[in-house]
Ligand binder design. Structure first.
Ligand SMILES: *[C@@H]1O[C@H](CO)[C@@H](O)[C@H](O)[C@H]1NC(C)=O
Ligand SMILES: *[C@@H]1O[C@H](CO)[C@@H](O)[C@H](O)[C@H]1NC(C)=O
Ligand SMILES: *[C@@H]1O[C@H](CO)[C@@H](O)[C@H](O)[C@H]1NC(C)=O
Length: 512
């Protein structure tokens, strides 16, 4: 999730999962694109692939379906309708393979995508299952992957009435029901539950600990921008970090990008300007407006920053190419950056607005148009490489009205979950949440970066990126990343030790 804005307009929300998802276009007058916030890395050819070491890790997972209640929050007859919610269990290491009772359960909260992506990418659970002797549970988010109500995506997405059950509160109630179901079916009533999530899933994990403390003992919320709402943190935060990342990688690269926006407009204003630009950037179809090119570049820089991580450090790759090209041709330099990032290709899909949005992208757009209103925009100023185009709720509302027939509720997240004066609100009330962040991740600008109490702890790394800590580890991982993960394990270990003492004291002690 992230919002892009461009001079002529507006804002476009994105999140940079895969460029593929960035392509939904909206009817005039508002041009915008929505996409998502995600843990999974873009498939830029320049980026390393993460694979679990253990090739047959998949065979340890068993898939189940739970008859989930459509609407947890009222008792009208239609609320009792159910749908099949997918969840995946791995008991290989649970209790050390023996009969040990009360061993923990690690739960991964699905986000705006298919749950199997988590099995491929999220190493935190599989790698730590032996250490905790944990049962692993992965739950798919409603309206994504196979966990779609009304029998099909076509039916579920038909209108605002059928999409109306897609809310974070419903999703968390689903997770609560599935966790309790799994505890029942595994006779694990006293097993402590640690919930883990990244990105939007991290937001859900932290909120879940606050709303369901009787179900989750603690939460690891990786790169969870829970403060990016309702003016708690500035809307320009996202892009100020993208700019910072580029400036730190190379001052001259940053300056070249900063200059390029005007240069694009200058060339476009010539006779055949759009054809010249199309040739220059080898676009697969002829450019029809400069917005598409600028938006493409905006997304590329944002994505490189969001996932700027070892061993490749994509921001460095883009900047080396920009700095390495002849410096009398700004657009040639920019194009060299595109090629370096995207790989050599016969053409670049700059304006493929014909592709319909993928179901997951549409569902995520719905969530952003209803409750998850991220006011991400270009606030302008001296230390940005983007032209000013702040978030504009009016245009955003117009887009949401025309796309879904609904009006965004930008105050709901802070009303329902909090966010303003978080420390004041939580430091005595709440406990057992880790907020982890990588400060190169633009979303860290909406993250919790300070310790709130002894057990609500911020674990940040200066050079980290989006949800890096919960991904499958790699041999090339630097010490700071290894240490971040170690800190998280130690903290969770402390929560568990305390829990087992409490369990004996409050529950298992024979009552006299
Ligand atoms: C779930 O619902 C399906 C269809 O309504 C039904 O056939 C199945 O028995 C249900 N499963 C459980 C465990 O209740
Ligand atoms: C929060 O506290 C932990 C120790 O419990 C410490 O390692 C960490 O550096 C602190 N974070 C901040 C941002 O001060
Ligand atoms: C972060 O990265 C920069 C540039 O690559 C490097 O100079 C710095 O030492 C790193 N900082 C840490 C804490 O690893």
């Amino acid at each position: 999730m992230k919002t892009l804005s461009q001079p002529t307009l507006i804002l476009s929300l994105l999140s940079l999962l895969l460029l593929l998802f960035l392509l939904a276009q909206f009817p005039p007058p508002a041009q915008a694109k929505f996409s998502r916030l995600g843990v999974h890395r873009p498939r830029s050819p320049t980026q390393a692939r993460r694979q679990p070491d253990d090739d047959d890790v998949e065979s340890d997972f068993v898939t189940f379906y739970y008859n989930q209640t459509l609407d947890h929050f009222n008792y009208r007859p239609e609320s009792y309708t159910t749908f099949r919610q997918r969840y995946i269990v791995n008991v290989k290491h649970w209790g050390g393979g023996g009969a040990t009772t009360n061993a923990p359960i690690l739960v991964y909260f699905g986000l705006e995508g298919r749950i199997e992506h988590a099995l491929e990418n999220i190493g935190f659970l599989t790698e730590n299952a032996p250490h905790f002797k944990a049962l692993l549970l992965y739950i798919e988010h409603r309206y994504y992957g196979e966990s779609v109500p009304f029998g099909s995506w076509e039916k579920a997405s038909r209108n605002a009435a059928s999409l109306g059950y897609l809310t974070s509160a419903q999703a968390m109630a689903d997770y609560a029901a599935v966790i309790l179901h799994v505890k029942r079916t595994h006779s694990a009533g006293n097993s402590p539950v640690i919930v883990v999530g990244g990105s939007y899933g991290g937001m859900l994990a932290s909120w879940f600990r606050l709303k369901y403390p009787h179900i989750a003992l603690g939460a690891l919320a990786s790169s969870a921008p829970i403060l990016y709402f309702d003016g708690v943190k500035p809307g320009g935060g996202y892009y100020s970090i993208v700019s910072k990342d580029f400036k730190e990688a190379s001052e001259s690269c940053y300056k070249t990008i900063r200059k390029s926006w005007v240069e694009i407009e200058r060339v476009a204003s010539k006779r055949n300007g759009l054809s010249i630009l199309s040739k220059k950037f080898k676009t697969c179809s002829r450019l029809r407006r400069t917005f598409d090119l600028k938006d493409y570049l905006d997304s590329l820089y944002s994505e490189a920053a969001q996932y700027d991580e070892p061993p490749d450090y994509p921001v460095g790759i883009v900047c080396s190419a920009i700095d390495g090209a002849p410096n009398d041709d700004v657009l040639g330099q920019i194009f060299a950056g595109v090629v370096a990032y995207m790989g050599d290709s016969s053409c670049y899909d700059v304006a493929s607005d014909s592709a319909p949005p993928a179901p997951s992208a549409s569902a995520w757009s719905w969530q952003m148009c209803s409750e998850l209103v991220f006011p991400i925009g270009h606030d302008g100023g001296d230390d940005t490489m983007f032209p000013p185009a702040p978030f504009d709720l009016k245009s955003f509302t117009k887009i949401c009205r025309s796309r879904f027939g609904i009006v965004p509720q930008p105050h709901w997240v802070t009303t329902f979950y909090g966010g303003h004066d978080l420390k004041l609100a939580l430091h005595r009330f709440a406990s057992n949440i880790i907020f982890s962040n990588g400060l190169r991740d633009p979303y860290s600008s909406g993250g919790v970066l300070e310790n709130i109490s002894d057990s609500i702890i911020a674990v940040s790394t200066i050079n980290g990126s989006h949800s890096l800590d919960i991904l499958t580890s790699m041999p090339s991982d630097p010490d700071w990343l290894i240490n971040q993960r170690k800190t998280e394990l130690e903290i969770i270990g402390r929560w568990l030790s305390k829990y087992y003492i409490d369990l004996v004291q409050f529950k298992l002690l024979p009552s006299s």
